[in-house]
Design a protein around this ligand. Sequence first.
Ligand SMILES: [Zn+2]
Length: 72
Amino acid sequence: MIEGCLSLPEVQVNVQRSDRLYVKSYDVKGRKKQFELTGLWARVVQHETDHLDGILICDHSENMQMETALKD
Ligand SMILES: [Zn+2]
């Protein structure tokens, strides 16, 4: 799916991601949570987790010049 990012507002990249996730996390009160995500929410969590790991959408492209599209 083509993704954009507020960190790179002029860039869109085709990013391949898993369609289904099983997430283990903690809420703001420190309670352990486990849940499954699919579709767009699975994509959003993978995108944001990439940010925590210092990865941007451009890092998913082997050839940025070919896959980058400027908005309008
Ligand atoms: Zn982003």
